[in-house]
Design a protein around this ligand. Structure first.
Ligand code: ATP
Length: 239
């Protein structure tokens, strides 16, 4: 089977204050094969992040299934597994990079990257070396390594976020506008690491507004329009 299959996915949000429901996405189907990169594009508010957050199970869908072919758990439906199983997947198989960094109090930039590896059971000495290598790759100034990242600029936070997610070499990497606040040089660094990860077999789903950036990088593009897929290429199919 494919690594990931999203089937008949739908999500609505309820505004309790106004007592109204809003259908964010509806009737979404796509597949992602191992080692492939799927780009999701579409206008603001069309539901791109909702899909990604539901794959990472930050949100639970109201409708549909999200099948994932886990190395450890076998073929599972992310919408139905236990919290414990989801925590396992987040530690070992699925990483998520958003435009924002959830900063933990009193944990330095270097410790955050090390922690990503140590929670997978990587020895501290090895985690230290790999964390430094990832921070160097994303050109985070060495002077920042032992600083708490709550004072970092938007671009620095994003680069740290990407370092934390990619250092784990996950099987599936979810990228929610990972280049949003980056300059051209940093964007190229992200591109380089995406290419490297793809080469090593990581599958990726990424949301991008910068279509030029994903040209030649994605294997397929899923185009949202008014909460519906309108164009699909490659392994995805029309609803
Ligand atoms: N937690 C939430 N509570 C209520 N409504 C939400 C929530 N998350 C998203 N929405 C709504 O669902 C719709 C889809 O949002 P989503 O963030 O998925 O869009 P998007 O395509 O990623 O947008 P953008 O490109 O602007 O980031 C929007 O109308 C948004 O207001």
């Amino acid at each position: 089977m494919a690594l990931l299959e999203v089937s008949d996915f739908g999500k609505q949000f309820i505004n309790h204050r106004l007592q109204v429901k809003r259908q964010a996405v509806n009737n979404i189907h796509f597949k992602l094969e191992e080692g492939q990169f799927l780009g999701i594009i579409g206008k603001s508010g069309s539901g791109k992040s909702t899909i990604l957050k539901s794959i990472y199970r930050t949100y639970l869908p109201d409708q549909g299934n999200i099948y994932f072919d886990s190395n450890h758990l076998g073929k599972i439906d992310i919408t139905k597994i236990s919290e414990r199983e989801m925590i396992y997947l987040r530690k070992f198989e699925i990483s998520y990079v958003s435009q924002f960094l959830d900063v933990l109090p009193r944990i330095t930039c270097r410790e955050l990257v090390e922690k990503s590896l140590q929670e997978m059971g990587v020895d501290h000495a090895i985690a230290k070396v790999e964390a430094e290598s990832a921070l160097t790759h994303f050109e985070l100034d060495e002077k920042l390594w032992d600083v708490y990242p709550n004072t970092f600029s938007g671009g620095e936070k994003l680069r740290l976020n990407i370092a934390m997610a990619t250092v784990k070499q996950p099987r599936l990497l979810l990228l929610d506008e990972p280049t949003a606040s980056l300059d051209q040089q940093s964007k190229m660094k992200v591109r380089e690491v995406i290419e490297k990860l793809k080469h090593s077999g990581t599958s990726l789903i990424g949301i991008f507004h910068d279509i030029e950036f994903i040209e030649g990088l994605c294997d397929s593009i899923f185009n949202m329009n008014d909460h519906q897929p309108v164009t699909t290429i490659g392994n995805t199919y029309e609803s």
